[in-house]
Design a protein around this ligand. Structure first.
Ligand code: PDD
Length: 279
């Protein structure tokens, strides 16, 4: 039976409930994190905590508890749920406000929810996905890991209905990222990825992959990338905490179409897998 924590009270997941007056429920006034846990170890925990702090600061949400309490609770959930591979989900909303008003009342008590989802071993065989090129219809603050994800949800539904696993979002002719992942292209053996001034989430996996690639003498270029450059790419992959390196073999709406994941992507994936097992 999975366990979850609501406001630092741990129970079996199906026994939890929250108020419908929670601002997370009414307005999506909440941020979240997703952390990979392998055999109870939270991978790149400090990077996720740093990003969570940035998200909280960006929406001016002040916590009324110590970060250490949050870290202890994350570790408790990770250890109580004994699946070898878990995604630990942390959501913090601005709290419960009985009089619905876009303007938050002062001194609300944030709602803190931590749970765990069983996931596949990130090193399971990856045969490569197909992705759909699509106009980015999200808001302009994708750097905040907000739970307001309706545009991402609709993009995933559209991709799935056409038999594809992910979308590649673009705006004004330039590439951003996927609905749930960051984007990388190998062009002339260099690794290109949209820079952080594109409308993207600063993915923890993205950051780690840039470091690993550079340590492996791959030239990494973070820049604004035009949509037409996909046609020239040797290899394309996407990245996320739960799936690691996700090779892309076909991009609908472009000329990019290969039979199998490329060698450079596979090599970087192996390096990354070694890192998460050792982290
Ligand atoms: N998604 N971009 C978007 C829009 C994302 O939702 C995610 C992660 C990423 C990759 O970030 P990271 O490497 O830190 O996981 C990029 C998570 C896994 C999710 O919402 O389920």
């Amino acid at each position: 039976m999975p366990f979850s924590s609501l406001n630092f009270d741990i129970k079996e997941s199906h026994k939890l409930s929250i108020s419908p007056f929670d601002r997370g429920f009414l307005f999506g006034d909440a941020v979240y994190e997703m952390i990979l846990s392998i055999n109870g170890r939270c991978i790149f925990l400090n990077d996720h905590l740093a990003r969570l702090k940035k998200s909280l600061d960006s929406i001016k949400l002040n916590l009324n508890f110590k970060e250490k309490n949050l870290v202890d609770e994350i570790k408790r959930i990770s250890n109580l749920n004994d699946n070898p591979f878990q995604a630990i989900y942390i959501q913090i909303s601005r709290g419960v406000q009985l009089a619905r008003n876009h303007l938050p009342e002062e001194n609300l008590s944030p709602t803190v929810f931590i749970t765990s989802f069983k996931i596949n071993n990130p090193s399971d065989r990856q045969k490569g996905i197909s992705a759909l090129l699509k106009e980015d219809e999200r808001w302009l603050k994708a750097n905040i890991k907000s739970t307001s994800l309706l545009a991402n949800v609709l993009s995933k539904i559209e991709a799935d209905s056409e038999g594809h696993e992910e979308v590649i979002l673009h705006k004004d002719g330039f590439l951003n990222e996927g609905a749930v992942s960051n984007l990388f292209l190998f062009i002339n053996d260099d690794l290109h990825t949209p820079s952080l001034d594109a409308n993207i989430l600063p993915g923890v996996t993205r950051g780690k992959l840039i470091q690993s690639a550079e340590a492996d003498n791959i030239n990494v270029i973070q820049r604004i990338i035009h949509i037409s450059e996909i046609d020239d790419a040797q290899e394309v992959f996407m990245s996320s905490t739960t799936k690691g390196v996700i090779p892309v073999v076909k991009i609908i709406g472009s000329d990019f179409d290969t039979d199998h994941p490329g060698d450079l992507t596979s090599r970087l994936r192996e390096i990354y897998l070694r890192e998460i097992y050792q982290a």
